[in-house]
Design a protein around this ligand. Sequence first.
Ligand code: FAD
Ligand code: DHB
Length: 389
Amino acid sequence: MKTQVAIIGAGPAGLLLGHMLRAEGVDCVVLERQTGDYVLGRIRAGVLENITVNLMERLGLDARLKAEGLVEEGFNLADGERLIRIDVANLTGKTVVVYGQTEITKDLMDAAAPRGLEVIYEAGDVALHDIESDAPYVTYTKDGAAQRIDARFIVGCDGFHGPSRKAIPASAAVEYERVYPFGWLGILADVPPCNHELIYANHERGFALASMRSHTRSRYYVDVPLTEKVEDWSDDRIWDELAIRLGPDAAANITRGPSIEKSIAPLRSYVFGTMRHGSLLLCGDAAHIVPPTGAKGLNLAASDVHYAAEALVAHFKRADQDAIGLYSGKALARVWKGERFSWSLTKLMHRFPEDGPFERAMQVAELDYIASSTAAQTVIAENYVGLPV
Ligand code: FAD
Ligand code: DHB
């Protein structure tokens, strides 16, 4: 098979890019290792910045998002004693939308066939070849048969563990990494949220986050040491821990119910120092990871797609010879700011095992400063809604 752009991975980055290219008349094919149901079963991000909402709007795929998404005008930082409300709408004139990654993925999947976007699921042994040439190709197996796609560009949207980034020689870029000594244990339950706005809490027993997917579906997290096993956390144990860490006011409003999903996600900051090598571009988690604090992962994937689509369309439709070369620099400039925000909010809201009284005093001072300074609240708010693209 021959196409202009071979996209590896049908997560949000790969599907968004596929739709953007199709909408502009650029040929592409998306290759996914898993089944569609498996991709939809992964419970991940929940808070969308304008960039992500705008891409869905530009594609005309925002009907359900507009109807079912919850517009959030603010969120809260809990410091054990009080709630510090960050009035995002008043401080920035913008809002975020609560709408699960699963729902975005479903909307993009449902629209693929009607819009002529070819997505090949259950593609095995995907491998990239000749990425330093102008004629790269991808090989894979489907139903036991060997297949090959020739393209002008390959875009790796295959997440942190996919083959795309690994196809780039180690000498081509520096890797920047910070691994955190805890993970987030998440629980999803069909119960009303305890608060209409998100609460990020720093309690002496650890971090907690109260989030939601709708008025009837809640998403909560607590941080746990990496040695913990999800099997050791009964639903009751999680609800008890949340009630303590979120503080008495939120606890009084927690509705308990059986979990419909429970998992532990490790926290990591990671940036691969280039997002293009020859004819290969990287988008989303394939190029960078943020700790989830601040909900930047999916939104950075969306801004990468925005820049990548812009570059590929300029290349194919306007014969712009420079566009592809500018992609990595443009995307990384925004990625690094997202990395900085996620890292700083993680440091502020978690109790690190290696921290002593001084580090804790710095957290208290910073939270106190945020509580009393509109300038400090504005810094947090403008990062939370997403920096300009
Ligand atoms: P992915 O969603 O990882 O998609 C990559 C796709 O590539 C997958 O479908 C995968 O199956 C496919 N693939 C992988 N290998 C191959 C291969 N060899 N061949 C073909 N296809 C392949 N972000 C937040 O903002 N908030 C959160 O609460 C949050 N929770 C998270 C929880 C977990 C467990 C994880 C892993 C991430 C979480 N994130 C969260 C991050 C956010 O979900 C990601 O940033 C987002 O999914 C990035 O999208 P992506 O399309 O780049 O990558
Ligand atoms: C959710 C996840 C996050 O990482 C975050 O910062 C806010 C909300 C969520 O899954 O709802």
